[in-house]
Design a protein around this ligand. Structure first.
Ligand code: GRF
Length: 210
């Protein structure tokens, strides 16, 4: 059984996609053991509760400094004892201590085709604003492993999404979520649960045939 901890900050639509995929039997041999939010008001925590999954808030506001928050987040994750950590709309920089403890066991969903439109300042709606400002005709989403550099770890899955005439950032964000994010993240978890994902010495991922 693959034990999965999901880190969230907001609406939790990516978390919901995982919950729904598990319910529908699209991800085998997997259990979400904990949902962790840095934001106590995150609707994602309501989604976890409705699905009977333990939700925990670890907020930077509750700690005197960032180091104490980082230690608390690491402790909360270790207590859940996950095989995989999924960042699903998680807006907190993952502390180095967490990355070191869970090396190559953390994946993130980014709402663009890495290495385009990623890195510092490229999160949430800002990504789609910049895609439109650049006049890109294709965008999409990426699931990648998380390392110490922002949006930099080995790419696991990507899916392209058309940019259409007259798109607003909000309309484009929704299309990227529906047509890419909510498909890719459950697929990535399923592949990992099946033991089909490896990362080679050049930090390139490989997916074995089922
Ligand atoms: C989405 O834009 C997603 O691409 C990014 O975080 C935002 C919110 O996701 N990773 P969610 O609805 O909280 O899953």
């Amino acid at each position: 059984m693959l034990r999965v901890a999901v880190c969230v900050s907001g609406g939790g639509t990516n978390l919901q996609a995982i919950i729904d995929a598990l319910r529908d039997g699209k991800i085998a041999n997997t259990q979400i053991v904990r949902v962790i939010s840095n934001n106590r008001n995150a609707y994602a925590l309501e989604r976890a509760k409705a699905a009977g999954i333990e939700g925990v808030c670890v907020s930077p506001r509750d700690y005197e400094n960032r180091d104490l928050f980082n230690d608390a987040l690491l402790a909360c994750l270790k207590e859940a004892d996950p095989d995989l950590i999924v960042l699903a709309g998680f807006m907190v920089a993952v502390p180095a201590c967490v990355i070191a403890e869970f090396r190559d066991k953390i994946i993130n969903i980014h709402p663009a085709l890495i290495p385009s439109f990623c890195g510092k300042g490229y999160y949430g709606l800002h990504v789609h604003e910049k895609v439109l400002a650049r006049g890109a005709k294709v965008t999409g989403a990426t699931v990648h492993f998380v390392d110490e550099d922002l949006d930099h770890g080995p790419i696991l899955l990507q899916k392209a999404v058309e940019v259409r005439e007259g798109d607003t950032p909000e309309v484009l964000q929704r299309r990227v979520m529906e047509e890419a994010e909510w498909i890719l993240l459950p697929s990535a978890i399923s592949l990992i649960a099946q033991g089909r994902v490896t990362i080679d010495d050049n930090r390139i991922t490989h997916i074995k045939e089922s």
